[in-house]
Design a protein around this ligand. Structure first.
Ligand SMILES: Cc1cc2nc3c(=O)[nH]c(=O)nc-3n(C[C@H](O)[C@H](O)[C@H](O)COP(=O)(O)OP(=O)(O)OC[C@H]3O[C@@H](n4cnc5c(N)ncnc54)[C@H](O)[C@@H]3O)c2cc1C
Length: 505
């Protein structure tokens, strides 16, 4: 190692930090850089997206691990696990660890992620600095420990209460129900997924949840948690108290009330923060070129008030794909320098897709207006078939898709997703899209340039090339191309591409 080599220190060892570290390993091997990654969790980085799957026993810790500390150490990376950075001293360019020692840095990367919001309910301590913030029988599904608690409740087929009707709450509820738990979803709006879909779609989703045996309590205001004697006599969660309604009993409460970027360390160091740690298009912190932020903790908002991308920005997206793209971009920036790096592309508006077996929901963009609302320039079409759990809404401006909802119509939803991401025009006959899910629909022949894995941004062409070179299973494709390493929603498509390749033979 060149003694004058820069020292890059990464705070956080989640999936986004792990991607950055992977991309920097070649520079470490060449002796061009010293690299230290510091993670508070005892485990090596894992794919947090799959924590609910882990919690219901559909996958294992080993399968969701995305980093191998022994391999990294062998390459010359210093990996500190179970270590928390307590303070950043920007004047001296060093970080202090919770147990005392400090480390100097040339470049410092915040990859501190986000933490779940603990709602202000009687009996819960919402302070993240509290030593044991949640009582026994209450979890916010984010880490391996939470998954282990959910696993126990599902295995014992206990009653699980999910507080929050957003996408992560519904995914956890559906997975737990599918694996045998009794599940109640409690949420405060008139329908679930209230931020992403309209009332018609909300009713359709609620009916799908009820058909799966999930109890849905809407328009509810939770006010406190009630504790009783657990099976071993130790006090544990027993019911969720509601304002003006009967308490909802259960053995486990899963809080799913949103996440908040972890910015407190950056704030303590005097860095500018908004909803996340504020960085420019080079992922550099405002006013400190030695500091960067990526992933769930980072908010890209530059200092140019006329920047259209930043004006449209809504804060950290809380999605793994954008974090991985930032990690890859930053690795190129740190190794090749500013001159060599292409500008970081702006992220497109995200498409919300529910990951659940047999409940297909996708939505994006502007979906609030109805077909008869007078919104200048917006044309809205709606088709609803509540009896069969199907609902589609499409809103266009000058023929271009500005927003959509698709429930119970997987092919239509996939096509609308593609059209939305491309900013494409819809066919004049909108019913053509609905027919994609009809019994006489022609088999789809997908555009090979389309991204099959949206988390890792891998196209059908790249996957087909990997299959042609010998990959014949999803894990092999993932190892070769990174497709399928995020939310896993594309695994069916990966299998279809493998089958299509081998079908003629
Ligand atoms: C149940 C669930 C389902 C999800 N589903 C999807 C999905 O379908 N699609 C999708 O795109 N995204 C999904 N997400 C979101 C996705 O997991 C996050 O976008 C992703 O984990 C962000 O990665 P990150 O590395 O930025 O942050 P994190 O994963 O939060 O990791 C940050 C790490 O930094 C550590 N850390 C923080 N502060 C310090 C400190 N001071 N010192 C040392 N270490 C520190 C934390 O302990 C943590 O290990 C889901 C998340 C959950 C919980």
């Amino acid at each position: 190692m060149n003694a004058a080599a820069p020292h890059v220190v990464v705070i956080g060892y989640g999936p986004v930090a792990a991607r950055l570290v992977d991309e920097l390993v070649p520079a470490v091997r060449r002796g061009e850089m010293a690299l230290t990654v510091i993670g508070e969790e005892a485990a090596a980085a894992y794919n947090r997206v799959l924590v609910a799957d882990l919690g219901v026993g559909r996958t294992t810790e080993e399968a969701i691990s995305v980093s191998d500390p022994a391999e990294l150490e062998a390459a010359g990376v210093t990996v500190l696990r179970g270590a928390r950075v307590l303070r950043v001293d920007r004047a001296r360019q060093r970080v202090t660890l919770a147990d005392g020692p400090w480390l100097g840095y040339t470049s410092l990367v915040f990859a501190t992620g986000a933490r779940p919001v603990v709602p202000p309910l009687h009996g819960l301590n919402p302070d993240p600095a509290a030593h044991s913030p949640l009582p026994r029988g209450v979890i916010a599904l984010r880490g391996l420990d939470d998954a282990a608690v959910l696993r126990g409740a599902v295995a014992r087929r206990e009653r699980v209460v999910v507080l929050g009707g957003g996408i992560l709450g519904l995914e956890a509820a559906l997975a737990a129900r599918d694996e045998g738990a009794l599940v109640t979803v409690v949420h405060h709006g008139p329908h679930t997924l209230g931020r992403s879909i309209d009332a018609g779609a909300g009713h359709t989703v609620a009916a799908a949840l009820r058909a799966r045996g999930i109890t849905v309590v809407s328009d509810a205001r939770a006010v406190g948690v009630e504790m009783g004697a657990g099976a071993d006599g130790v006090p544990a969660f027993s019911a969720l108290a509601l304002d003006g309604g009967p308490a909802v009993e259960g053995a486990l409460l899963v809080l799913s009330c949103g996440v908040r970027p972890r910015t407190e360390l950056a704030e303590g160091a005097g860095l500018a923060t908004g909803r996340g740690i504020l960085v420019d298009h080079s992922l550099q912190a405002h006013h400190d070129p030695a500091i960067f932020a990526i992933g769930d903790c980072a908010e890209v908002r530059c200092l140019d008030s006329s920047c259209a991308d930043c004006a449209a920005g809504t804060g950290p997206l809380g999605l793994i794909g954008p974090g991985w793209r930032q990690a890859e971009w930053l690795a190129a920036f740190l190794t090749a320098g500013a001159a060599a790096a292409h500008p970081l592309p702006a992220e497109r508006a995200p498409v919300m897709m529910l990951k659940a077996r047999g409940v297909d929901v996708a939505a994006a963009g502007d979906v609030a207006a109805g077909p008869f609302d007078d919104v200048p320039g917006l044309a809205v079409s709606v088709w609803a078939d509540p009896e069969h759990g199907k609902y589609v809404k499409m809103g266009t401006r000058s023929g271009v898709l500005a927003g959509f909802i698709s429930v119970g119509m997987p092919r239509t939803g996939a096509e609308l997703t593609l059209l939305f991401e491309r900013g494409a025009e819809l066919p004049a006959d909108r019913s053509a899209l609905l027919r994609l899910d009809g019994p006489d629909a022609a088999p789809a022949s997908p555009d090979p340039s389309r991204n099959v894995c949206r988390c890792a941004g891998v196209s059908g062409e790249t996957i087909s090339a990997a299959v042609a070179q010998g990959c014949s299973t999803v894990p092999e494709i993932s190892a070769a191309t990174r497709a399928g390493t995020g939310c896993g929603g594309c695994h069916g498509d990966l299998k279809a591409l493998i089958e299509a390749h081998f079908a003629p033979a």
